[in-house]
Write a protein that binds this ligand. Structure first.
Ligand code: SF4
Ligand code: SF4
Length: 321
């Protein structure tokens, strides 16, 4: 249960300041939703990893299917050396067979490789879908080989092609560089580069704008037109920040944020967002009589950090008769 809580329940730490959440959880001050999610994630982790165990590997995990699609007969996989292990027989029986001049393999049929396998695979029957390539059967068999004084490696990383080569008494070879491995290397490198690029160039602020659906505009008694928006600001930094919200594309527009009085020198409102959080504002954009050219005008909402000057923008529109 403790391991399930530490590995599964800890997922809640992704959704806020980890140290703050930890502190509030242990002092009993965290919101009920935090305790609820820790409970749900601990329960599901315990069920999957503590009770269902290999059933997850065999029936639910997509990895074996992916692995089967990626591998080929020249890929290094956990492999039982059939040519060396067969015919299998206990140590005593093998000695008797050898005394009679019959061939005896190195496998003593102790079943250790099957007993240690977390998914219950008998690797001596060949590579199978539930095998997660953990290598535990390699270690178990090596231990047995050490005990009976036979060379290690009866189960080892090898290729299907080499198994066939050995059966035919041919030379074994390992071809690490081949079209498939080159393609995988190129693909993985491209994905790694893309992820690095996204990480390095990620912004620490963002803005989303949602135009009011109903009414799309309001005609003011003085002849002007006003549109309403819901503007959500995102601050990914650990400090509170202030942004100037400006609107471009509509000359002379008056921009106000409901409940906010602070304005910048250019008259646009200043909006505050707490550390590592998002905040929603209701914003009204109004123009005087004749201040619009068309029933729909493209406008750009831009938030500019008062301290650093970095900015983020979102496109929207201004509706008029
Ligand atoms: S652990 Fe090795 S010797 Fe024992 S059954 Fe498996 S392959 Fe054979
Ligand atoms: S590598 Fe792991 S999963 Fe595969 S057969 Fe061996 S012990 Fe089982």
């Amino acid at each position: 249960m403790l391991i399930a809580a530490a590995t599964g329940g800890a997922w809640v730490l992704y959704f806020g300041d980890a140290f703050e959440i930890m502190g509030s959880v242990f002092t009993g001050q965290a919101p009920m939703s935090v305790y609820l999610w820790i409970g749900i994630l601990t329960f599901t982790t315990y069920t999957l990893a503590g009770i269902m165990r290999e059933q997850v590997c065999i029936y639910m995990c997509p990895w074996p299917r992916i692995q089967a699609a990626l591998t080929d007969d020249e890929a290094l996989n956990v492999t039982y050396r059939v040519d060396r292990g067969e015919p299998r027989a206990s140590v005593k029986k093998a000695r008797a067979m050898e005394a009679e001049g019959l061939p005896a393999g190195d496998c003593v049929d102790c079943n250790m490789c099957v007993n240690v396998c977390p998914t219950g695979v008998d690797i001596r029957k060949g590579l199978q879908l539930p095998c997660i390539q953990c290598g535990l059967c390699i270690d178990a068999c090596d231990t047995v080989m050490d005990k009976i004084g036979r060379p290690r490696g009866l189960i080892a990383y090898d290729t299907d092609k080499n198994i066939e080569h050995r059966e035919r008494g041919e030379h074994v070879e390992y071809r690490l560089v081949r079209p498939r491995t080159i393609l995988y290397t190129v693909l993985i490198s491209c994905i790694a580069l893309l992820m690095t690029y996204v990480l390095v160039t990620r912004t620490m602020e963002d803005v989303n704008v949602l135009h009011d659906r109903n009414p799309v505009y309001v005609q003011l008694s003085a002849g002007g037109v006003r549109n309403g928006y819901t503007v959500r600001l995102l601050n990914k930094m650990h400090d509170e920040r202030q942004f100037v919200l400006s609107v471009e594309g509509l000359p002379g527009a008056e921009v106000t944020a409901v409940g906010q009085t602070g304005t910048a020198e250019n008259g646009f409102p200043i909006l505050t967002v707490g550390p590592d959080t998002t905040r929603e504002y209701r914003v009204l954009v109004a123009v005087g009589p004749g201040g619009w050219q068309a029933p729909s005008t493209d406008v750009v909402f831009t938030i500019t950090d008062v301290a650093s000057g970095v900015a983020a923008s979102a496109d929207d529109f201004f509706k008029a008769p």
